[in-house]
Design a protein. Structure first.
Length: 275
């Protein structure tokens, strides 16, 4: 049975792959992006099956207006995919205040406002699914991605809480956590001027690996999109969907290490209760 989807950040990467596959299989798509002409070739091919709107997720008022328009004109939206993103690449003290604001505004506040705007409509129609695109970087961290990780860890916490709030209304969430993917990853990174002090540090090593093309980008965006389409039919919705064999190993190792440290200090944790 075909569904109607709302997809943000649909002009490139995984978002574009999701839109292409949805249209090919016959679903209806409301695609938002900053440059609607980027999907003109799909609009020509699929006509009314593809609904598009200009949207910058940094504009909360615009988010509410576009979401209202999409639900009003399309009648029902079964699945929302929040995939608009911004990736700031640099050591924490290298980034400018403006870049930090942009990172948090796009990945965190934009995603929050999109979800908030959709909830009343999903609640009124009796439920729906929200796929929030996060990253393996929502559960672990690389040097030089500190502000990016801040946005991903934060949106995961937000989703964890909101999922509990709206579960009685039939609204379910899945955090989609891709590993490094073969999109325009390197070219899309926003890079503040590098400080020489970090050249011989882990941050410098990651910078060098990306510059030389040795940072492993093993994820296939088409395969990831296919899994995202399939996961909405799984009941109940998984809270997290990790994508990539390398991502699986890295996140598993990070969780094992965190659990080991938690258990190491169990006695101290328990010693702080009121007598």
């Amino acid at each position: 049975m075909s569904k109607t989807w709302l997809v943000t950040g649909s002009s490139s990467g995984i978002g574009l792959a999701v839109v292409e596959q949805l249209l090919e299989r016959g679903d209806r798509v409301a695609a938002t992006l900053r440059k609607p002409q980027a999907l003109s070739h799909l609009k020509t091919r699929y006509g009314e099956q593809l609904w598009t709107a200009l949207l910058d997720v940094n504009d909360a008022l615009a988010i509410r207006a576009v979401v209202h328009q999409a639900f009003t004109e399309l009648g029902r939206i079964d699945v929302v995919v929040s995939s608009a993103g911004y990736a700031l690449f640099g050591a924490a003290e290298e980034a400018s205040d403006e870049q930090i604001d942009q990172q948090l505004q796009t990945n965190l506040l934009g995603s929050i406002q999109l979800i908030r705007a959709c909830l009343p409509f999903l609640r009124k129609q009796g439920g729906g699914r929200i796929l929030q695109v996060s990253s393996e970087g929502g559960q672990l961290a690389y040097p030089n991605f500190s502000l990016y990780h801040a946005s991903k860890w934060a949106i995961e916490g937000f989703v964890e809480s909101v999922a509990l709030e709206v579960a009685p209304f039939g609204i379910e969430f899945t955090l989609v956590e891709p590993g490094p993917t073969r999109t325009n990853f390197g070219a899309a990174l926003v890079r503040p001027p590098a400080m020489a002090e970090y050249e011989q540090t882990p941050a410098g090593e990651v910078r060098k690996a990306i510059a030389e093309g040795t940072f492993p980008l093993t994820g296939d965006p088409q395969k990831m999109a296919r899994i995202m389409l399939e996961i909405v039919d799984v009941d109940p919705a998984p809270r997290r969907l990790l994508l990539g064999s390398g991502a699986y190993e890295r996140v598993r190792n990070a969780l094992v290490q965190r659990l080991a440290e938690l258990e190491q200090y169990q006695a101290l944790a328990m010693s702080t209760e009121v007598d």
